[in-house]
Write a protein of this length. Structure first.
Length: 105
């Protein structure tokens, strides 16, 4: 294989066998731009800030409604005292521990 490479180098020499046509790179940019599809100015780009504002408004409204609905159910739990009992049961706190913690303050 080395002998074949030496033989080819003797025939071809060190010159590059590839050529670029005259003016190819000067015309390349124009040709590529002509082949690209025309970009229409989309109305979405003009509406995008309004879409963001509308999405934020809807998100804020949903959070407000969720808070309002949750607030009523939390008030019901606190009003009848069952919420505090559930918390005390979960934390395994008896009355003596509650009195002791209040006394420390």
């Amino acid at each position: 294989m080395i002998e074949e490479e030496k033989h080819l180098r003797e025939i071809v020499g060190q010159r590059n066998g590839f050529r670029v046509p005259e003016g190819y790179f000067e015309q390349l940019t124009a040709q590529v731009m002509q082949q690209l599809p025309e970009q229409q100015k989309a109305r979405i780009t003009m509406l995008r800030p309004w879409l963001y504002a509308a999405a934020c408004t809807v998100a804020a409204m949903l959070m407000g409604v969720t808070y309002y609905l949750h607030q009523d159910s939390a008030d019901d739990l606190v009003a009848d005292g069952s919420y505090y009992e559930e918390v005390a049961d979960y934390a395994m706190i008896d009355n003596m521990a509650i009195y002791a913690s209040l006394e420390d303050n």
